[in-house]
Each structure stands twice: as C-alpha cells, then as structure tokens.
Write a protein that binds this ligand. Structure first.
Ligand code: PLP
Length: 443
C-alpha cells in the first residue's frame, strides 16, 4: 500500500478500517476489534447507527451546505435548541464549529471580546490547570497544561498560567478529608488570581472530568462549586471544557450537572457528532451573548464550515437518540457494571494503583509500586505496550503516559459506546486485563 498520509498515531501504515457495526470495527483483513474507547471518547452511539445514517441521508438529499454568512439551516437551529434545552442553567446561545479545539479557541476569543465590550480591556489572561488538555490549535494549546505538547510551540503561545490539578489519588494528603482537599485544590485558583492581579484575568478553564492527560479523573465533590465561587468573586469567566466528558459520557448530558455547577462558557465536541460528522459547539450564557449583541453586535470569529448542515443533522440525530433511547440511564447502569468488573478483575493487581471515573468514562492508573504509588519509568512505555497488546488481541483502548509531571503513572482510558452490553463489558475487561498482565505481570 502507498504511504503518503502523515499525522498517523502509528509508525508505518496501520490496518485499514473498512466497516463498523455496533461496538465493533473491522479491518480490511476481516479482523474484528471491540471499540473500548470510542476512538478517543467519540463513538458514543457505536458504529453504523441506523437513525444517524438515515438523518444524514435525508439531509444530503435536501441540503449539504449553505454558508453561514448568508443562511442558517434547519438542523443547525434545531440542534442549538436541543443543546440549550439540555444545558446547565443560563446557557442560551450555541456557536457551532467543527471540533473540540475550535470550540475551545472560540471560547477563549469570546471571553476576550466579552471583556472588551464591557469595558475591561485589561483582562487578557487565562488560568488553567497543569494536568489538562484543551486542544492543539495555538490558543487551545496555550490553555492546556500538557508540557510535552506545548514545549516546541511555547514561543507562539498566548500567556496562560497553570495551577495544580484536582487529583485525589495523588494529591489528597494523609488524614485530609475529600472536602478539605477539594477546597485546598480550588483555593489555588484564588491564590493565582491574587498573584496575577485578578482584574487582568478573563477566564479559568477546566475539564470537569479530566480525560486524555489523566484518565477519567473527576473533580472531587465541592471542588467545582468552590471554583465557581472564586470566579464570581473576581469577575472571571468560568469555561468548562466537556469536549471529552460531555454529551452523556458520564451519565449526565453535561458532566458539570453532576457537580451542580453552571459555567459561563461550555465546550462540547467528540460525542456530539459521535464520529458521524466532525462537529463541536460552544455554549454561552445569555449574559455573555448580550454583552456582544448590545455592543459591537458581532463576534469577531468564524470558520467556513461552522454550522455545517450535515454535521448539525448528525449531531441532532445523536442528541435525539441519547434522549429518546434513555441512554443516560443506560450509561449510568453499564458504567456501574464496568466499574464493578474492573475492580473485581484488576482491583488487587499489584500494578493497578487506581480505578476511577464516572459513567462509561473510566480510567485505570498503572504504577510500579502500589503501596508508594511510584510510577513506572516512562522509558518503559508501559501505556504504549498495553495499547499494542490490547490492539493485537482485538481491543481498542486509549492508554496515555503519565509524564505530565513526572509523578503520575501510566493510565488507560475506557470510553465504550453507550450501547455496550454486559457480555461486551466482560470481554472488554478480560482483554484489557490480559494486556495489562502481559505488559506488567502481577508476579
Ligand atoms: N478539549 C478536550 C478536553 C479534549 O479531550 C480534546 C481532545 O482530546 C480537545 C479539547 C480537542 O478536541 P479536538 O481533537 O476535536 O480538536
């Protein structure tokens, strides 16, 4: 096979995916793979969903594209209505883009323009957390705290400062309650705002459940409400990035609903298009929107493919399926089963340090020494080897290295389709356990 495509995650040409069905993908050689991570938490409805396919066919027969400089479209309007209806309190406007990085990029620019419009031009800084990923375009990369992704582009990135993560497994002190820990972790934001000068900061951005850089680490109870309080005290906008954990993945349509917190700006992507179309969305409160509507009247941003009718039609079908098939309840039920099976099979493994997550968004952290939580030497590439062993056996999972701060272990992220059944959950856990055992044996 010719080898002209670049940007692959593997060296050499990977297997050619030719078909998807339910929780499985098939390659050109006929090999079947159980999709245990939905790619990277994308394929929430599984592959080849009949309702999404029908919606796409219908839309293609009517209208593929109309530029948003001239038109809106029926699916874009209906999708925005559906997102607002399901969103946390106060979210009233939706800006449709083509993916997660674009949604975060738009959030940062909207925050900046908001403060210009309300006469606070000195607010230009963003605060984020060290263990975070918000995308790969320059603005989103600047917000993220992932050191190795940022390193070579650092001179191009806008100024962002990073505070400590919220990561109970590693950061909760001995004898400290979870509530006290959550408060301590959140108070780092206040300290940073005071250090920077609070009226120079426009936004704080965080993932309610950290995905790629940490492996499904939820905020501890009380952390996000405290963050909300601090943002309000200093007039800073709260951006919650639910590109990975949103759209039902945690058993709520928006993960922050579990924490009882409503942001000023909210980003979603992956599960929104569920892999059927590239799409992302930025949701904004009426307050942010009105400042611009009654000021300059125009958000100075835009992309050619924003609000694309085909992408909006797919996303509308996805949101409708999640709601009409009661998939949120199913995610909570199946998520509890996945968690229980992981604990049964891997809970005593000497190299499994932590099993965590919410809904069908689960993470397993691997460590050299369970008692001390000492990570493996990153040079061993434990997460890469687990990924390869699982893939060879026909399981797709999403392992990442714990090199963010040199103190975290390797981890494996699981984010299977919401339609996964009990038997497939058992298969997933058995195949993952075998891959872990082959890579870092218990004895
Ligand atoms: N934000 C979060 C939390 C993500 O996990 C990702 C991707 O992994 C992004 C933003 C960027 O999304 P995309 O890859 O669609 O640009």
């Amino acid at each position: 096979m010719p080898d002209h495509v670049f940007g692959r995650s593997t060296r050499g040409v990977p297997p050619v995916a030719v078909r998807g069905e339910g929780c499985y993908l098939f390659d050109a050689a006929g090999k079947r793979y159980l999709d245990g991570s939905g790619g990277a938490a994308v394929s929430c409805l599984g592959h080849s969903d009949p309702d999404v396919r029908a919606a796409l066919h219908r839309q293609l027969d009517r209208l593929a594209f109309a530029h948003t400089g001239f038109f809106t479209s029926e699916p874009a309007e209906a999708l925005a209505d559906a997102l607002v209806a399901a969103a946390p309190e106060g979210m009233e406007r939706v800006y449709l883009v083509s993916g997660g990085s674009e949604a975060v990029e738009a959030a940062i620019k909207l925050a900046r323009q908001y403060f210009l419009e309300i006469g606070q031009p000195q607010r230009h800084r963003v605060v984020a957390r060290r263990q975070s990923y918000h995308g790969n375009t320059l603005g989103a990369l600047a917000a993220g705290g992932n050191a190795w992704r940022r390193a070579q582009f650092a001179p191009l990135l806008v100024e962002t400062s990073h505070i400590v993560r919220c990561y109970a497994y590693r950061e909760q002190a001995a004898g400290e309650s979870l509530a006290d820990y959550g408060r301590r972790a959140a108070d780092a934001l206040e300290e940073e705002l005071l250090r920077l000068g609070p009226d120079t900061v426009m936004a704080f951005i965080a993932e309610p459940v950290v995905g790629a850089t940490a492996g499904a680490v939820p905020a501890v109870p009380g952390y996000l409400p405290r963050i909300r309080e601090i943002c309000d005290r200093y007039g800073v906008l709260l951006i919650l990035d639910e590109v990975m954990c949103g759209m039902g993945r945690t058993g709520r349509m928006f993960a922050c609903k579990e924490d009882g917190v409503a942001p000023d700006l909210l980003t979603v992507a992956k599960g929104l298009g569920a892999g059927y179309q590239p799409i992302g969305a930025l949701l904004a409160t009426g307050r942010v929107y009105e400042a611009i509507a009654s000021g300059s009247g125009f958000f100075q941003h835009g992309h050619t493919y924003m609000g694309h009718p085909m992408a909006a039609a797919a996303a509308l079908a996805v949101v409708t399926a999640i709601q009409e098939r009661d998939l949120l309840a199913q995610v909570r039920r199946r998520g509890a089963r996945l968690d229980a099976r992981l604990r049964e099979v891997l809970g005593d493994h000497p190299h499994v340090g932590d099993i965590r997550g919410r809904g069908l968004f689960r993470g397993i952290e691997l460590v050299r020494d369970r008692a001390t939580k000492e990570p493996f030497d990153p040079a061993l590439g434990i997460h890469r080897r687990i990924k390869a062993a699982a893939f060879a056996a026909g399981l797709i999972c999403y392992p990442m290295g714990g090199t963010i701060d040199g103190r975290s272990g390797d981890h494996v992220l699981l984010a299977p389709p919401y339609i996964i059944d009990d038997g497939q959950i058992d298969d997933l856990v058995a195949m993952l356990a075998a891959a872990i055992e082959a890579t870092c044996p218990a004895a």
